[in-house]
Design a protein around this ligand. Structure first.
Ligand SMILES: Cc1cc2nc3c(=O)[nH]c(=O)nc-3n(C[C@H](O)[C@H](O)[C@H](O)COP(=O)(O)OP(=O)(O)OC[C@H]3O[C@@H](n4cnc5c(N)ncnc54)[C@H](O)[C@@H]3O)c2cc1C
Ligand code: SF4
Length: 469
């Protein structure tokens, strides 16, 4: 096929469960491609000499190579080409915000639609599973130094994966009763089915990684105690689990439940119906996940309050589209000013209209309240989902250099913190970001820990990541 022919093929889109059906359950909404569709979509790739998609991908997967192998029908080889860099392909292919990462950089997207890279990656992994192929790299023989990992999210999982495959026994300490971090207690199951996360943990356990749940580092055990117990190095991958507050009067009333706290409770199995009328505040993916989860747990009038316009919502377009299909309305240019209540319980939310003011260099405009435009909304619950901060309980007894945003200061190449035997990565360093970015930092930290344990230079031959890489 020549370039002209490839350019003529239109992008393919996956089948989805109908909106009316899907809001009644947590089943996966988006289906995978069938074989013919995957091959035809793979044919759209131009195999660029300078593939921008690799730069856009936070882990720099060799996308053109796995696409080329896929279209030759070498699906197993395509999987291993992807797995060289990606420790969590089944997860990343489903949840990465592709439009801002690999697909956002794909050259075909400049004048038309990018290659559906995420769906192709998913096809490859799903094919391996459907054909009972081995998804695992062989484990290495155990070495004598062991590593403690705090947090079982994608950063901790990846650090454990890389270190275990280098032979270092690892123990993951996780404060929650389940593992997977925000992938398990944030991202809803209708976007990421739980057996996919479980399979990754089985793989880690197969390589000897020990996982200890219900232990809060900094409370049940300190970092110094881990050292005394013989852990030669520690990786901190604690994420950002503290909900940011709205800072308005009435926020302490019953009926106010903050975004990640709400999702955590639902994902841990609590039967939580917040009532009929629900207001979610925020414009990112967390707000959208809260709204769609509320629908699935029995609320029938859910809407989102966002202080800018739809064009400025940081959430991915596909998520906004799914949200609207499911019947959630977005009230734009509005923000809550006060939560009113009676007998300690929320009754009404007082809001104010906003207009867009000055714009910054990136074109993002500041929302400004319109004086005297206050209005009331009757609701049974409000879910503020405006961002998350790092809960640094793990630091108890150890002093770290922290940024003014409360994240860990690390060397940008090695992920080493100001305490030499402690490394950190993921949302705990970056603030709330993405799975792929956490995977990348977990991998870099594991490389540094390996060098540290072997007495080698942590930086030799490595360069700092920049936007252009
Ligand atoms: C609702 C929601 C939806 C999201 N959707 C997407 C998406 O679609 N795509 C995407 O790429 N990203 C998404 N993200 C972001 C993504 O989940 C995170 O960026 C990623 O999980 C961060 O990984 P991490 O390993 O740094 O931390 P986390 O995944 O947050 O894991 C940290 C773990 O550390 C544990 N921990 C914390 N403190 C301690 C302690 N003191 N002792 C022991 N354990 C501790 C926590 O319980 C947690 O399990 C979403 C996030 C949320 C909240
Ligand atoms: S940028 Fe797009 S077209 Fe080019 S190699 Fe990557 S996926 Fe293929």
């Amino acid at each position: 096929m020549n370039k002209k022919e490839r350019m003529k093929i239109k992008r393919h889109y996956p089948a989805e469960l109908p909106a009316a059906e899907r809001i009644t359950n947590f089943n996966e909404v988006v289906s995978g491609f069938d074989h013919e569709t995957a091959i035809l979509e793979a044919e759209r790739c131009l195999q660029c000499k300078k593939p921008k998609c690799r730069i856009g991908c936070p882990i720099h997967n060799d996308i053109p190579r796995f696409i080329s192998l896929l279209r030759e029908g070498k699906i197993e080889e395509a999987y291993w080409a992807d797995r060289e860099t990606n420790s969590l392909p089944a997860i990343c292919s489903r949840v990465c915000p592709h439009e801002f990462q690999c697909e956002g950089a794909c050259i075909r997207g400049i004048k038309g639609e990018s290659v559906a890279i995420g769906m192709l990656e998913r096809y490859i992994v799903d094919w391996m599973v459907a054909n009972n192929k081995n998804l695992l790299k062989p484990c290495a023989l155990p070495k004598d130094k062991k590593v403690a990992i705090v947090g079982s999210g994608p950063a901790g999982m990846t650090a454990a994966f890389c270190l275990a495959h280098a032979g270092y026994p690892c123990t993951i300490f996780e404060s929650l009763p389940i593992f997977g971090g925000m992938m398990a207690v944030g991202i809803p199951a209708y976007r990421l089915p739980r057996p996919i996360i479980d399979a990754e943990f089985e793989a880690l356990k197969n390589c000897g990684v020990e996982i200890v749940n219900n232990i809060v580092i900094g409370k049940d055990k300190t970092l110094a105690q881990l050292k005394e117990e013989g852990f030669s190095a520690v990786f901190i991958g604690i994420g950002a689990h503290k909900s940011r507050k709205l800072g308005v009067d009435g926020e302490e009333l019953e009926g106010v439940i903050h975004g990640v706290d709400y999702l955590r409770r639902v994902n841990l199995g609590e039967n939580l119906n917040l009532g009929s009328n629900i207001v979610v505040v925020g414009g990112g993916n967390v707000a959208i996940d809260c709204a769609r989860t509320a629908l699935r747990t029995g609320s029938d009038k859910v809407f989102i309050l966002y202080r800018r316009t739809k064009a400025e919502m940081p959430a991915s377009q596909a998520e906004v589209h799914h949200l609207e299909e499911e019947g959630v309305k977005i009230e734009m240019l509005a923000a809550p000013e006060k939560v009113h209540g009676h007998n300690g319980k929320l009754t009404k939310i007082e809001c104010i209209r906003m207009e867009l003011g000055e714009c910054d260099s990136s074109g993002r405009c500041r929302p400004v309240p319109v004086p005297g435009s206050n209005f009331m909304i009757e609701a049974e619950a409000i879910i503020p989902a405006i961002s998350q901060d790092v809960d640094d309980t793990a630091n108890t007894g150890t002093t770290f250099d922290m940024s003014r945003w409360g994240t860990y200061e690390v060397d940008p190449v090695t992920m080493q913190t100001s305490v030499p035997w402690v490394f950190a990565g993921g949302d705990g360093v970056l603030g709330p970001q993405t799975v792929a970015k956490a995977v990348f930092q977990g991998k870099e930290a594991a490389e540094s820990i390996r060098r540290y344990l072997e007495g080698n230079d942590l930086k030799e031959g490595r360069v700092e990541e920049t936007e252009e890489q």
